[in-house]
Design a binder for this molecule. Sequence first.
Ligand SMILES: Nc1ncnc2c1ncn2[C@@H]1O[C@H](COP(=O)(O)O)[C@@H](OP(=O)(O)O)[C@H]1O
Ligand SMILES: [Mg+2]
Length: 256
Amino acid sequence: MSDFNTDIGPLLADIVEEAGRLVLPLWKSGLTVHSKADDSPVTEADRRGELLILERLETHFPGVHVISEEDASEFGTPDAVGERFFLVDPVDGTKAFVRGDPNFTVNIALIERRRPVAGAVCAPASGETWYTQGSQAMKRVVGEAGKPVQARAWAKGAAVALVSHTMKEDTLKALADKYGFNATSAMDSSIKFCRLAEGAADVYPRHGPTMEWDIAAGQAVLEAAGGSVLTPEGEVFVYGKADEKFRNGWFVARGK
Ligand SMILES: Nc1ncnc2c1ncn2[C@@H]1O[C@H](COP(=O)(O)O)[C@@H](OP(=O)(O)O)[C@H]1O
Ligand SMILES: [Mg+2]
């Protein structure tokens, strides 16, 4: 839970949902797709969603530093960051968004002293939002009240791993041997953390690159649901890696 005087998770949920309502009509609409320096796609939805989120954060949390994906890809990341800042990814799973797949998300996380302490993730296409509320993880579906969610204990003999579409076949085999899961399901975006948080799967091993804004909100939700995100060596996963341009190392996210 964050150091702010009020619990900010529900407010972050409102903001990701508002941004979700803005980007959803652009899904499948064929609006221009540009390429970033690393060749990953960026859409008009990324830009519009980010503008809205930055405006809302400035209104509610004036002066708190925000590091956001599109801004970083255009202007670069700062050389140093303070103890408290927001990480924003307006459309995570941009490739899914572009190919008309529903597994794309809007993400905001608050980082304090290098750890994600509050967060919200919205999947606009399915109308689902997961967020922290105090030390709990909550889920709400459009038009319904939020309900607490919990990660599940390892489903022995039927453990499901969620993996990125970018994972290669031989890496997947090595990870199955290492972590002992029984089935896999490939999906884009931070929704993988949310499926773990609501007890629908057991592990998300990521032996490949991500950026801090891709995963911080998902980690906040998953940890509040009783799960974990650690390095493959079992160490704490930290944020604010300015000297590495906010790039993450490998990690493994788990339920209970
Ligand atoms: N080579 C690379 N370097 C850094 N990050 C990468 C990357 N390839 C993929 N990613 C990150 O992984 C995210 C997608 O994860 P997944 O494969 O689980 O959907 C991307 O988010 P965006 O879709 O917001 O660009 C991107 O930030
Ligand atoms: Mg992303």
